[in-house]
Structures are given as structure tokens and as C-alpha cells.
Design a protein around this ligand. Structure first.
Ligand code: GLY
Length: 374
């Protein structure tokens, strides 16, 4: 059996907007045949960034052309600053210049920035055009490419303007992870371990044993980790597409994490996955401090995060010591905060997260100070 034939197929059950996520090696080479059914006009605009396009653009182009699809590349600058109103205006203008219409297809080929930006452009371009995702980072494969969240950032915060727009297909090619830096792998791993923390204790235990193999991109371990993550994401999204309830669990670690990202400037000093790693360890310790979760679970959670070379304390994050009130201020801005009430994803145990509304700001402040904020 070829590697391509072994790709796992995970369905996202959303009725007439249902789609598949394929996870496996060699999917880039099969992309033409897989995407062709969604490209009614036998062409696709491929939105990518300069780095991904340089590394993998030729292979994807050859695969699409071999299936009779014309490729219209739209290559943008890499980095979070592209996910802005200016970046969106530039991208939609370039799509208009290509004279794409509603029968056409956008292919988002890159990490989370490209997926979020191209997905949002597809959501609003001529009031909506189909798109497919080919995520090229671990983080995008296990999280951002699945579930239809698309957005740009504004100076007031990340992902504040966006839309739900589900892709028609997601191709998670494990081979492209071979060119990721170890640091990017670790950052993506923070979102993998999140699935164990939030709802699958057996997966968490498996990661305790096999996390190093996943990070080393050992094919069997990597495939299992990405597939299980995508299965969990697909199941949650199918139940709660627009985050009225359970989907919020996917934000475990994100309230603390976003506050740290805001303080560190959303740049190379602290990658999103690193912030989320520390955020998850903090969420477990806060849960334990509130008497909601056994403290040994919080200790074990932090040990698993640390074993992957990820931060687990405020002191591990550049910029320490943080101002506790400023961190709290960022948390109050969080998209999950409603009417000034703080919402956190907390844990009752490893593998058992829940949505905690109305969390007491004073308790958070005390906790942050005990964790070393000033
Ligand atoms: N990344 C969280 C979600 O898709 O809901």
C-alpha cells in the first residue's frame, strides 16, 4: 500500500456543508485529483506566503496542473501583520484582478495566518466563494484549518473581525511538516496536547509516552497525533459550529495565553502555541487553586507540557515579571468575556475541561500574583 492510500479521512458532520479532512503523507502530490471536484471552472487561486510557496509551491502547482487545474498564485508576506485590514484589502483586490467569480475556488496553502486570511477573504468575496485548506504547520493542521473560523486582527486585538466559513476540504499532508522548525513543531504540539487535556485522558497518556516521537516527526506517531486531534476537533465543531457551548472548550489555555501574547506583542518572542502551552498549565493550576481539580493533575499537566520544551510558568515567558492588572485587563477584552464577566476554560481533571462563566476577577488576580506577576 502506498503512503497516500493510508491517509485517514475524518468527516466534519455539518449537513450540507459537511467536508472531509484528510491526514497523511503524500497528499500534496494527490491534491489535484482531490481538489478538482470542487473547482468547477478548472482553476483555483492559491493563496500562500512567500516561505511556504518557495518551499512547496512547485510541488503543489505540478499536482494541480497534472489534474487539469490552472493555478493562479497569490503570494503574500509571511507573518501575523498580513492578517490585517490592509492585508485583506490587498488580497481581495488581487482576487478581483484575477476575475474570480462564485464558481471559482480559493486554496489556502500555508499556516494559520494564510488560512485565516484567505478563509475570511473567501467568506466575503462576492458574498462568499468556496475554499479548501492545505495547512502546512502542525498548529494549522490540528486546529485552525478545521472548523471554519476565519478572521483578521485589528490594532485592538487578534481575530476580532471575522466570519464562520467552512472549507470544502482540508488536506493535512504530514510530509510538509518536515520543513518546520523544531520550535514551530513544539508550538503546534501545545494544541495537540490540548485535546488530551480537554477531553481524552487516554490520548493524554499516549502523548506522555509518545510526545517525543511526535515532535521528532516519527511518521506513525505523528499521524496518530494529528488524526486524533482532528477527530476531536471535528466532533466538537459538528456539535457546536458557532461556539454557543462546547466548542469553547477548544480555548483551554487561551484566556491566560492571549493575555501573555498581548503583553509580548504577538511576535517571535512568544509564539501562539507557546502562549497556549503556558496558558494551559496556568489554567490547570488555577483550577487546582480553586479546589476544582486535584493538584496532582495540575502538576502532571505541567510536566507533560514542560517535557515538550514548552513554557509552563510566567517566569518561563519573556517579559516576566508581568503586571497582574494588565494581564487581567487583557482577559476582560477576551472574545469569551460577556458583559464584563470573565469566562475561563477550567478543568475538573486531566481529560475533563469545562466552561467556567463568571470567574471572580479577584481570585484571578491573587492567583497571578502567586504565580509571580506583580
Ligand atoms: N481554535 C478554536 C476553535 O476553532 O474553536
Amino acid at each position: 500500500m502506498t503512503a497516500a492510500a493510508q491517509a485517514a479521512r475524518v468527516g466534519v458532520g455539518l449537513g450540507d456543508r459537511a467536508y472531509d479532512v484528510l491526514v497523511g503523507a503524500g497528499l500534496l502530490e494527490r491534491a489535484g485529483a482531490l481538489i478538482a471536484p470542487f473547482a468547477r471552472r478548472r482553476r483555483t487561486a492559491v493563496v500562500s506566503d512567500e516561505t511556504v510557496w518557495r518551499l512547496h509551491g512547485q510541488r503543489l502547482t505540478a499536482a494541480l496542473e497534472a489534474a487539469g487545474l490552472a493555478v493562479l498564485p497569490v503570494v503574500v508576506a509571511p507573518g501575523e501583520q498580513t492578517k490585517s485590514f490592509a492585508g485583506l484589502a490587498d488580497l481581495t483586490d488581487r482576487l478581483l484582478a484575477l476575475e474570480l467569480d462564485r464558481g471559482d475556488l480559493v486554496t489556502a496553502f500555508g499556516g494559520g495566518v494564510v488560512g485565516d486570511l484567505a478563509g475570511f477573504a473567501a467568506a466575503i468575496y462576492k458574498r462568499g466563494i468556496d475554499f479548501v485548506q492545505i495547512p502546512t504547520t502542525l498548529l494549522a493542521q490540528v486546529d485552525s484549518s478545521v472548523g471554519g473560523k476565519t478572521a483578521i486582527d485589528t490594532p485592538r486585538g487578534k481575530n476580532l473581525v471575522g466570519a464562520f466559513h467552512q472549507p470544502r476540504l482540508v488536506l493535512a499532508d504530514l510530509d510538509v511538516l518536515g520543513t518546520l522548525s523544531d520550535r514551530e513543531m513544539r508550538a503546534g504540539y501545545a494544541e495537540v496536547i490540548k485535546y488530551g487535556f480537554l477531553g481524552d485522558f487516554a490520548f493524554f497518556e499516549w502523548l506522555e509516552t509518545n510526545g517525543a516521537a511526535v515532535l521528532a516527526r516519527e511518521p506513525v506517531a505523528l499521524s496518530r497525533a494529528v488524526t486524533r486531534s482532528v477527530e476531536m476537533k471535528a466532533e466538537i465543531v459538528a456539535q457546536d459550529e458557532t461556539e454557543q457551548g462546547r466548542r469553547a472548550l477548544l480555548n483551554l489555555g487561551h484566556t491566560f495565553g492571549h493575555a501573555l501574547e498581548s503583553e509580548t506583542g504577538y511576535g517571535a518572542a512568544l509564539l501562539h502555541g507557546e502562549a497556549i502551552a503556558a496558558g494551559q498549565a496556568l489554567a490547570f493550576r488555577f483550577s487546582a487553586a480553586q479546589g476544582l481539580c486535584p493538584s496532582q493533575d495540575a502538576t502532571r499537566a505541567a510536566a507533560a507540557v514542560a517535557a515538550a520544551g514548552l513554557p509552563t510558568t510566567l517566569a518561563d515567558v519573556p517579559g516576566h515579571p508581568f503586571d497582574a492588572l494588565r494581564l487581567l485587563g487583557h482577559m476582560a477584552q477576551d472574545k469569551k468575556a460577556e458583559g464584563g464577566r470573565l469566562t475561563f476554560i477550567l478543568a475538573r481533571a486531566l481529560g475533563e475541561a469545562f466552561v467556567a462563566k463568571d470567574v471572580d476577577a479577584g481570585a484571578v488576580l491573587d492567583f497571578l500574583r502567586r504565580e509571580g506577576a506583580v
